[in-house]
Design a protein around this ligand. Structure first.
Ligand SMILES: Nc1ncnc2c1ncn2[C@@H]1O[C@H](COP(=O)(O)O)[C@@H](O)[C@H]1O
Ligand SMILES: O=P(O)(O)OC[C@H]1O[C@H](OP(=O)(O)OP(=O)(O)O)[C@H](O)[C@@H]1O
Length: 333
């Protein structure tokens, strides 16, 4: 089922485009999301750097950068999405290869940060894997990180190297505004997402906010309890960082319908889409499911109500600003 893929309206400032000095800027893509990397490269007006990536007979990975990057500022684009361990290892090997090739600065561009939900101990004898991953990336030789919509803010502090954290919300808001929806109520599908939903509501002319009280009795099992706020007769816009098995967002949508919402939209940055997400999302409970391309969505995971928005321009602009030592936060004001 073809989904609509839309690019953000964001464009390079002409002055930057005209006088762009790309001589020290190098962009390489891991294998996790090559179409996104190509779009970012297009935005920046450069080619992706040549790199050999292959597997030995025993499954071990081999990476070789195929041009000199001595003294260069290198940007490595790799979301650590499924299969997370392979993509993470690939990123680590790419960083190591760049470090040993005398790159001046290595920025790991991680549009989706896997293992982010293991960001604290929720029970005894657990790992804080999000911190372990931060240690691995830093130890491999990254000098800075560019991440998008991290599951929780504390992950920023897991890195002792500079981290730029950007939001996909301008792209999603742009699209939502273009739909001219009326009587919107922004809904957080759980208490953990309230700050994100509140910021979203503020940008939608201070739309009212509702909150769902979600519990998890077991991993990957979402149970919604109560709704705080009024959705009767309104257009409910559920906002989340990711859709994994879609339990959270679908249980939430069902509750909103039960409480009288006229229509329900789902907005999430990261389309993790583990089974049975697609079956759950395509039942018709949603008017539209709006996600971005931080994680590639293969054809067989696309459905009628799905809209994919591109964050490539946003990432490209951020990379340019980092490279130029100009403000990143001013993009979001
Ligand atoms: N990748 C994961 N998928 C599902 N659940 C996960 C994953 N990594 C960690 N978790 C568990 O999620 C909760 C997070 O706790 P909250 O209170 O909802 O923030 C925790 O039980 C993790 O073990
Ligand atoms: O599609 P699903 O399989 O339901 O998973 C996605 C949900 O899981 C995460 O929240 P989490 O349960 O970790 O709660 P939190 O936001 O309160 O940390 C995430 O923020 C989504 O809400």
């Amino acid at each position: 089922m073809p989904a609509v893929i839309r690019s953000a309206t964001l464009t390079l400032q002409p002055s930057l485009a005209t006088f762009a000095d790309h001589s020290r800027l190098r962009l390489f893509s891991g294998s996790a999301n090559i179409p996104l990397s190509q779009e970012v490269a297009r935005y920046l007006g450069i080619d992706l750097g040549p790199m050999v990536r292959k597997r030995f007979a025993d499954g071990e990975l081999y990476i070789q950068i195929q041009e000199s990057i001595r003294g260069c500022d290198v940007y490595l684009i790799q979301p650590s999405c499924y299969p997370v361990n392979d993509h993470l290892m690939e990123l680590l090997i790419m960083i190591d290869a760049c470090r040993r090739a005398s790159a001046r600065q290595i920025t790991a561009v991680i549009p989706y940060y896997g293992y982010a939900r293991a960001d604290r101990k929720t029970a005894g004898r657990e790992s804080i894997t999000a911190k372990l991953v931060a240690n691995l990336i830093t130890q491999a030789g990254a000098s800075r990180i560019l991440a998008m919509d991290l599951h929780s803010d504390q992950i920023q502090g897991y890195f002792d190297i500079p981290l730029d954290h950007v939001y996909a919300s301008p792209v999603v808001l742009d699209y939502l505004v273009s739909k001219q929806l009326s009587d919107i109520v922004v809904v957080s599908p759980d208490v953990g997402g309230v700050a994100r939903a509140r910021a979203f509501a503020k940008k939608l002319n201070d739309a009212p906010l509702a909150i769902i009280d979600k519990r998890r009795q077991a991993h990957n099992v979402a149970e919604v309890m109560n709704l705080i706020g009024d959705v009767e007769g309104k257009t409910a816009v559920l906002v989340d960082d990711m859709i994994d098995t879609a339990g959270t967002i679908c249980e939430g949508a069902r509750l909103l319908r039960k409480e009288g919402a006229r229509q329900v939209y789902a907005c999430a940055t990261h389309a993790v889409f583990s089974p049975p997400a697609v079956e759950r999302l395509s039942t018709g409970v949603f008017e539209e499911v709006i996600i971005t391309n931080t994680i590639p969505v293969p054809e067989d995971k696309r459905f009628k109500q799905l809209t994919i928005l591109s964050v490539a321009n946003l990432l490209g602009e951020t990379i340019w600003r980092i490279h130029e030592d100009s403000s990143v936060s001013s993009m979001f004001r």
